[in-house]
Design a protein around this ligand. Structure first.
Ligand SMILES: Nc1nc2c(ncn2[C@@H]2O[C@H](COP(=O)(O)OP(=O)(O)O)[C@@H](O)[C@H]2O)c(=O)[nH]1
Ligand SMILES: [Mg+2]
Ligand SMILES: [Zn+2]
Length: 304
């Protein structure tokens, strides 16, 4: 086989060993060359978002011959097999965390946990504050307003009235985005507003099985008309901080990261130590008490 027989593509769907690879000749169902499976035992050998090279076979499925090096991954430990990394999405350009301003009330503890995961994986994060139509906009902007200062842009949207939907569409354009957030915040509605039919699949499946939303959805990269993909990642909402050591956390809170060098003790836990720059910043309002609360909870291993 020569290199010219290889066709480059992107894995847009992965289900029980069969990968849908998007190529210039459309989507081609492929399976992984056995040799590749052995090479990456500690991690998924191929996953959603992987760039691959495939070879078509005379009949049946094509073969994935090469999996390109990953730039970054969004992963978690496989349930029950903690030594194995389960890749949710390879090479995402950004994460979009969707919360609602009301109904349900925004869960900032969960948002902060997701932001920590994004920091750890070095995935730029964007926040979408949906259902802005249900609240006085000023109230929502007070609640979510701390995040842009930390480097996380916030888009205020309503999938109901269409407000802000254009800016979300623009933010997604040309990129591979991972969408995550609690259920009921309007993720499916937003996707459908961005592009009719985009979020449809999710609800169809959950209706068909009669089970809770997202439980049976196959992870998939949904293609955007304007270029780019949105990854549906079931289970991301239940994301656990499986391997973050308490000491590591400092680096994943931008406002704390900026101050640790100024603490008197290099092993400062920012809880009770004298000469703690974080405590000073907390007192004079430079660090948000809610964010500090999230930090303390994560430090002590509370993942609720
Ligand atoms: N008022 C209002 N309701 C919304 C909005 N977006 C979604 N909803 C409603 O919230 C409920 C949950 O929406 P859904 O898209 O299924 O949320 P998901 O679980 O995050 O995918 C549905 O009843 C939607 O009609 C919004 O912007 N404003
Ligand atoms: Mg949904
Ligand atoms: Zn300190």
């Amino acid at each position: 086989m020569t290199d010219s027989d290889l066709l480059p593509g992107l894995i847009v769907k992965a289900q029980s060993g069969i990968f849908d690879v998007e190529t210039e000749h459309g989507i081609i169902a492929s399976k992984l060359r056995g040799r590749l499976m052995k090479e990456r035992m500690e991690s998924d050998a191929a996953a959603l978002g992987d760039r691959v090279q495939i070879s078509k076979q005379p009949e049946g499925l094509a073969t994935i011959e090469v999996v390109e090096e990953r730039v970054r991954v969004l992963s978690r430990k496989s349930p029950g097999r903690s030594e194995i990394e389960q890749v949710l999405v390879a090479n995402p350009d950004q994460a979009v965390f969707v919360f609602s301003c009301a109904d349900p009330e925004p869960n900032f503890r969960m948002l902060d946990r997701l932001l920590v995961v994004a920091e750890r994986e070095e995935i730029p994060a964007l926040i979408c504050a949906n259902k802005i139509d249900l609240v006085v906009p000023r109230t929502a902007k007070q609640a979510f307003g701390i995040y842009p200062k930390l480097g996380y842009p916030v888009l205020y949207t309503s999938a109901k009235t269409g407000k802000g939907v254009r800016s979300v569409r623009k933010a997604l354009q040309g990129k591979i985005s991972v969408l995550a957030g609690p259920s009921g915040v309007g993720k499916t509605s937003l996707l459908n507003k961005i592009q009719p039919g985009l979020g449809l699949r999710t609800s169809e499946i959950s209706q068909a099985t009669g089970r809770g939303r997202h439980t049976t959805v196959v992870p998939e990269l949904l293609k955007l008309e304007g270029g780019g993909y949105v990854a549906d990642t079931p289970g991301l909402k239940a994301f656990a901080l499986w391997d973050i050591e308490p000491e590591e956390l400092d680096a994943y809170f931008p406002e704390i990261r900026a101050l640790v060098a100024e603490c008197e003790f290099s092993d400062c836990t920012h809880t009770h130590e004298p000469g703690c720059a974080v405590s000073v910043a907390l007192e004079n309002g430079e660090i948000d008490p809610e964010r500090y609360d999230s930090y303390l909870r994560m430090r002590s291993g509370v993942l609720e």
